[in-house]
Ligand binder design. Structure first.
Ligand code: PXL
Length: 276
């Protein structure tokens, strides 16, 4: 059985980070090992969230795993909360990432703004982790902070290709930008494989609302699909389609959550796509 290790926080309510990575990766038939970086009562979009940092636990966890001889088929980092955690994520790559896929989702911003608690300096430090990854999957806001370029809501294909080239120039092999739209009502992802010098894009119908946590579901699905042996392009298609299906099911529910999507009831769709 394949095994992914993912390092991110656990937001007890909020359907993001580990509370989506674990079920999504498991549903895809892959063991999910976790490094929880912090425990929060909710994700940071709620007011008054509690926060308990677990940074001090991480190196001992890794040391124990080394002793036990564990290894992984992929190492995937999500939301990280401090410079120290960025350094520890690099250690995770050094200790468990050699010869296996390393995926960085540089969670820190959306809609032109950094999430609560993040700074431009953090974004600059995140670049170093991205340089060590095989694949990074920022949204356009995160890409703008990584590259220290203005965030744009109006852009064309040439601009996106240029951003992707700049992202892979940080040192990663592949970059995929999520939440890209050239046309009203059509949303998708645009990727660049720097080794092969190949661009790829995939678009679906844009659902009428955007939700929190969808980037984490997208990245978890990408990892799960890749570890299942899907090509980069197929993994992108599955991730886009699954997230769209999650939003679609959420919107169909009258009293739906406003903080996260109904990824749970879209799991049969995900499995069908994976086997299809
Ligand atoms: O979905 C990204 C994410 C993960 N974890 C926490 C967050 C967010 C986004 O705001 O607050 C704690």
């Amino acid at each position: 059985m394949k095994r992914i290790v993912t390092m991110q926080d656990i937001s007890c309510v909020g359907k993001c980070s580990l509370t989506v990575a674990l079920p999504v990766i498991s549903a895809m038939g892959v063991e999910a090992a976790v490094i929880p970086t912090a425990v929060l009562s909710t994700h940071t979009m709620f007011k008054g969230f509690t926060f308990h940092d677990l940074t001090g636990e991480i190196e001992p966890i890794m040391a124990h795993w080394k002793k036990e001889g564990f290894d992984f088929d992929a190492v995937y980092t999500g939301y990280l909360g401090s410079f120290e955690q960025l350094n520890i994520a690099s250690h995770l790559f050094e200790q468990f990432g050699s010869g296996v896929m390393k995926i960085v989702d540089p969670c820190m911003a959306d809609n032109g703004k950094l999430y609560a608690g993040f700074t431009k300096e953090f974004a600059a430090a995140m670049k170093d982790l991205c340089a060590k990854a095989d694949i990074i999957c920022p949204n356009l806001t995160e890409a703008s902070f990584l590259l220290d370029i203005p965030y744009r809501t109006e852009y064309d294909e040439a601009y996106i290709r240029d951003v992707l080239k700049q992202l892979t120039a940080l040192g990663c092999k592949k970059a995929v930008l999520t939440g890209i739209s050239f046309e009203n009502g059509i949303l998708g992802a645009y990727s660049y494989d720097a080794e092969a010098d190949v661009f790829y894009s995939y678009f679906t119908i844009e659902e009428r609302e955007h939700f929190h946590g969808t980037g984490d579901i997208w990245a978890s699905t990408l990892c799960g699909a890749l570890v299942n042996g899907k090509s980069f392009e197929e993994a992108i298609r599955i991730a886009c389609d699954y997230v769209r299906e999650c939003i679609h099911l959420t919107l169909a529910e009258e009293n739906h959550n406003t903080y996260g999507v109904n990824f749970e009831q879209a799991i049969p769709y995900l499995i069908q796509r994976l086997n299809g």
